[in-house]
Design a protein around this ligand. Structure first.
Ligand code: SAM
Ligand code: SF4
Length: 438
């Protein structure tokens, strides 16, 4: 199914390169000990994935399932602990974590005692000192109960990110997100009371029926909480999701709506004293930052635990199998929970040839501050213009690149979701195209 037109500014959200849909089963199932041997391990990032939600939102294709039959969350945490033990044994004894995150799904789907156990797994099995490194946790409003937030605050969460999507009940309904404004306000109040240094609010634009006026009303409701961060997501309608099944498909009118709402939202936040960090991310000027510590996403490795998580070394990106459809997701989670063999990489992609350069460029250029040309040269002995002349010339022609070629112009940032995919290698693009959603 095609979800975009060729000229659309909304080709795909590139938050990691390559996307999981480019991964394939690794025929030799390499041992993690070999995969991690010789890698820099002094500033790793740890990601724990919790694939449970109370509902399945109409727009969402993340790896998650609705609810959990009796005992499944305990069994999941048991498996996570087995996996953590196996993975830690594959790392160097001196490996250190500089950053941690719990994502999903909805990590706060877990009860308070289960969140305590999740933190214990990170600390005792992986050796992360959660109170000493930045720790970011995703939450939905309905699961922000005082007992859960108390555990997260006490264990050192520095950033709580709440998915609000819209403060208007009609828009939430239109996005098939069963949610009430009152519950959102209660959750934000509790998050503030718990005292997390950074509060992030996620909002979505491009929802059916949303207007510039209603969008700005949502933004003002969010600004009332003075969040340190705001993420503004353009709506994507993806295959096998609730909205995908009934969507009329992409259209130039919808693209124009999203672009207009993007510009209105960006200008509104800039006028309210926020800085733009990337197309989606805005940070309140002078506010505490959820820093990434010593971790550098372009070069340092990531260890993902849980069946929806990926891991990166400098040479291999890997994860478990991936799906969107409810029964396929359930099957993958059930297999994970029954698993005992966690010391091999199953699905993945080798970062050979010019892939590390592409990834480095993508992860720098799509940030407002752009590419550190000296750091790029130190790492690769060249410049992005030498390595990707055709791609960068095409961006320049459209007015998307600054004169030094190191950063995106405001219009370039607005077109980040077209620029990202244009930097994919032909092989990654072909694999993603051939991936069959299930
Ligand atoms: C893991 S969720 C956030 C936490 C929690 N599960 C929740 O929904 O409140 C990640 C965020 O990605 C955004 N998102 C997910 N799918 C999207 C889509 N198809 N279009 C636009 N934004 C999307 C939403 O803003 C969502 O809050
Ligand atoms: S948006 Fe959040 S709550 Fe909704 S299905 Fe996706 S992960 Fe779950």
């Amino acid at each position: 199914m095609t979800t975009t037109t060729a000229e659309s500014p909304y080709q795909s959200y590139v938050y990691a390169y390559p996307h999981k849909t480019a991964y394939r089963p690794l025929p030799d199932r390499p041992a993690l000990r070999e995969v991690w041997a010789g890698e820099r391990q002094h500033a790793l990032s740890l990601y724990l994935h919790v694939p449970f939600c109370e509902v399945r939102c109409g727009f969402c294709n993340l790896f998650t399932r609705i609810g959990s039959p009796e005992g499944l969350t305990t069994a999941y945490l048991d498996a996570l602990e087995r996996q953590a033990t196996a993975v830690r044994a594959a790392l160097d004894t001196g490996a250190r974590f500089a950053l941690a995150a719990f994502g999903g799904g909805t990590p706060t789907y877990l009860a308070a005692a289960e969140l305590t156990r999740l933190c214990d797994i990170a600390e005792q099995r992986m050796g992360v000192d959660l109170r000493a490194v930045p720790l970011s946790v995703e939450a939905s409003p309905d699961t922000c109960t005082p007992d859960r937030l108390a555990v997260l605050a006490e264990r050192g969460t520095t950033r709580l990110s709440i998915g609000v999507q819209s403060f208007l009940d009609t828009e939430a309904r239109s996005a098939v997100r069963p949610q009430k404004r009152a519950a959102v306000e209660t959750a934000l109040d509790r998050a503030r009371a718990a005292g997390f240094p950074v509060l992030n609010i996620d909002l979505i634009y491009g929802i059916d029926g949303q207007t510039e006026r209603s969008w700005l009303r949502s933004l003002d409701a969010a600004l009332g909480w003075q969040p340190e961060e705001l993420y503004l997501y353009p709506l994507y309608v993806r295959p096998l999701t609730g909205l995908g099944r009934r969507s009329p498909g992409p259209s130039p009118a919808w693209d124009a709506q999203r672009l207009a709402l993007y510009r209105a939202g960006r200008d509104h936040l800039l006028a309210a004293g926020y800085e733009q960090v990337s197309m989606r991310m805005f940070r309140r000027s002078g506010a505490a930052t959820a820093s990434t510590g010593e971790y550098a996403c372009q070069t340092d490795g990531m260890v993902g635990l849980g069946c929806g998580a990926r891991s990166y070394t400098s040479k291999l990106h890997y994860s478990f199998d991936y799906a969107v459809d409810a029964s396929a997701v359930r099957g993958i989670i059930d297999a994970y929970v029954a698993g005992t063999d966690f010391d091999r990489a199953e699905h993945g992609w080798e970062m050979s040839g010019d892939e590390p350069r592409r990834r480095h460029l993508l992860q720098s250029l799509l940030q407002a501050e752009g590419v550190d040309l000296a750091a790029y040269r130190r790492r690769f002995g060249s410049s992005p213009r030498q390595d990707f002349p055709a791609e960068l010339a095409a961006f320049e022609e459209r007015g998307w690149l600054t004169a030094d070629g190191a950063a995106l112009t405001p219009e370039g940032l607005a077109h980040s979701d077209a620029i990202g995919p244009a930097l994919f290698s032909a092989e990654v693009a072909a694999r993603m195209e051939a991936y069959e959603a299930r």
